[in-house]
Design a protein around this ligand. Structure first.
Ligand code: ADP
Length: 411
């Protein structure tokens, strides 16, 4: 069946069309038929891009006033006689929606019913910048696609197996029970893909090994997956906690916030902007949030770029060490996303010193595996280091098929 995967943000809508089925999931024969994005929704110069299997890529610029028009345009692009890949939107058998926050309501993906939609809306206060757009995407697609089933796939769901000792903050307990303040974790679809992919390609039952999955792109998070279940992850109540990110600070002493609020007369909004948009790699280096630019600058002798990379990698190493102990041992450490898949230097620096937990990097293999699936530890390394390019859209398509076929049911 053809599954449309939709990821609606505040000003963009990313999409993929994937040909898949229960059999294709088993034998790995799914195919991506199309991939595209509509950017700058609401502007006169909205950019529309798409590439379909075996076709030339297309790019158009023009007004897309709202999300409704954006999704309508996606359906028209897919059915375009020259650049598209379907004859009619009725060929779309199901739609999988990426939804950022499922709170404690969702432990896995769900076929969207009125009841599920109401529970998705309950999660809006937890992700006010993301969930409303994800939900809007669903409501528009439902209107445009008639009776086609829709499935919600939550970024938080995979982390719902964490025990309270990992997800409860040391705040007054009522903040959890009354306000829902706890660790939720994000990037769950990616962490799940990577953990399952390792099980599949190295032929190990998923409940027979422990893995640390290191998702490092612009956003970055790390998860400890013990025998198939997440027991801890670095992002918390929001995606701000944990690792150093492109523009986000990750872990800091919370008293710094009070210091800035009182001593610098900052208000909550400007503080929020600094922690989310002006910190991380960008804040430390003062140059860029982009790892490629920082690697180049460091190579040319820029000390703050070098420091930013060092801090970024040190934080990763520190988390790996603590998660290895938290799980009582680790068998695989897998790197994914833009930096994890492609940066030889970041993998090298993050793994430097991991001999202490039995992970020994092979520097030649580290160079060879860049950008592709493979192991980059030495033959005799007890813990295997590997690169697993992530594929969140494929997970969304899988869950959509399984939900539609009744294999995944909401509780
Ligand atoms: P997002 O979280 O936006 O999806 P990505 O997963 O695309 O982010 O990762 C973007 C990051 O990956 C950027 O910092 C970029 O510099 C980095 N990156 C991509 N390719 C390379 C490369 N070859 N070497 C180092 N860093 C890279």
């Amino acid at each position: 069946m053809k599954v449309l995967v939709l990821n609606c943000g505040s000003s963009s809508a990313k999409f993929q069309l994937i040909e898949t089925s229960l059999e294709a999931i088993k034998d790995g024969s799914e195919r991506r038929l199309a991939k595209g994005v509509i950017e700058k929704i609401g502007e006169e110069t909205s950019i529309q891009r798409m590439q379909c299997e075996g076709k030339e890529p297309v790019k158009k610029v023009g007004p897309i006033p709202n999300h409704s028009q954006a999704i309508q345009t996606i359906l028209e692009m897919l059915a375009d006689s020259e650049h598209g890949i379907i004859e009619d939107k009725s060929e779309i058998a199901a739609v999988g929606h990426r939804v950022v926050h499922g709170g404690e309501n969702f432990t896995h993906s769900c076929l969207i019913t009125e009841d599920v939609l109401a529970k998705m809306k309950e999660c809006i206060p937890l992700a006010p910048l993301h969930n409303p757009h994800n939900i809007k995407g669903y409501e528009i697609a439902r209107e445009l696609l008639g009776k086609t089933p829709h499935v919600a796939v939550f970024d938080t769901a995979f982390h719902q197996t964490m025990p309270p000792s990992s997800y409860i903050y040391a705040l007054p307990y009522e903040y959890y029970t009354e306000k829902g303040i706890r660790r939720y974790g994000f990037h769950g679809t990616s962490h799940r893909y990577v953990a399952r992919r390792v099980a599949r390609i190295y032929n190990i039952p998923k409940d027979k090994f422990n893995i640390i999955t290191v998702h490092i792109g612009n956003g970055a998070s790390i998860a400890a997956v013990k025998k198939g279940n997440v027991i801890d992850t670095s992002m918390g109540f929001t995606p701000l906690e944990g690792l150093v990110m492109g523009t986000r600070c990750g872990d800091i002493d919370p008293a710094i916030l009070m210091f800035l609020l009182s001593n610098d007369n900052m208000d909550a909004n400007s503080l929020n902007k600094i922690l989310n948009k002006k910190s991380g790699l960008l804040g430390i280096s003062g140059i860029s949030n982009d790892m490629r630019s920082l690697e180049k600058a460091a190579d040319e002798g820029n000390e703050r770029a070098r420091l930013a990379i060092d801090i970024f990698c040190y934080r990763i190493r520190k988390y790996i060490g603590s998660y290895a102990v938290a799980m009582g041992g680790v068998h695989y450490i897998a790197f994914t996303a833009g930096i994890g898949e492609n940066s030889i230097i970041v993998r090298e620096k993050s793994c430097d010193g991991l001999e202490a937990i039995g992970a020994i990097i092979d520097h030649d293999k580290n160079e060879e595996t860049s950008g592709k699936e493979g192991i980059f530890s030495t033959e005799d390394s007890k813990v295997k280091l590997c690169v697993i390019p992530t594929n969140e859209e494929m997970v969304i398509a899988h869950d959509t098929v399984e939900s539609v076929e009744g294999l995944l049911r909401c509780k």
